[in-house]
Ligand binder design. Structure first.
Ligand code: FNR
Length: 187
């Protein structure tokens, strides 16, 4: 099986982000068929349609780099029952110029992580709503709402919760199969 390159987009800029820790844990236990790159989204200027006449270099780089990846893994917190502005900003920037979206057709998976009980369900599904419009085939199952996540990592950021580790392994195996299925040209 040929390896696939996955862009990882984390919806938190916080140094001690649980979502960043979770993203790193997912990368660490993923099958070798997947290669990962965590994208920097915190320095993308806030989207303004006027700027698209002469787009900021950071936008152009982000859009062009994304196009070279086979799939996307989103790992996001929930802010006020939705996705954080920084992640929505990245989604909007990648979606333009009109008709040239960098997201188009790329297989994806969404993981939401929260210290709360609901596991970021609202963020997870608001993100999925945009991804449907952007023609991003998001893996349906397994769903990943990682709640009570503050208890799952040790002082060095390692995922130490056995059930979550086991679930994450299955999740990444399913994601690998999903990316292969969607991105491999039919003969
Ligand atoms: C939150 N938090 C939060 N949690 C949640 O489960 N549902 C929510 O709607 C919100 N809303 C919310 C809004 C804002 C502005 C902040 C700053 C926080 C708490 C949030 O889940 C918590 O801070 C996480 O630790 C954020 O993820 P990272 O930064 O640890 O990855």
């Amino acid at each position: 099986m040929s390896s696939k390159n996955i862009a990882v987009i984390v919806g938190s800029l916080r140094k001690e982000s649980l979502n960043l820790k979770m993203a790193k844990a997912l990368i660490a236990i993923a099958p070798e068929t997947l290669n990962f790159k965590i994208f920097e989204i915190g320095k993308l200027q806030m989207y303004n349609q006027d700027l698209d006449e002469t787009p900021p270099v950071a936008w152009t780089n982000f859009r062009n780099r994304l196009k070279h990846f086979d799939g996307i893994l989103f790992v996001t917190p929930e802010y006020n029952r939705s996705l954080p502005a920084v992640l929505k900003n990245a989604i909007d920037i990648g979606s333009r110029p009109y008709g040239k979206s960098s997201w188009n057709g790329k297989p994806a998976a969404v993981v939401s992580v929260s210290p709360g009980h609901i596991g970021g369900f609202g963020a997870n599904h608001h993100l999925r709503q945009s991804l449907v419009f952007l023609n991003v085939p998001v893996m349906a199952q397994p769903e990943a709402y990682i709640g009570n996540a503050e208890e799952f990592f040790d002082d060095r950021g390692n995922l130490i919760n056995k059930e979550t580790l086991e679930f994450s392994r299955k999740f990444m195996m399913a994601f690998s199969e999903w990316v292969t299925k969607i991105s491999t040209p039919k003969t």
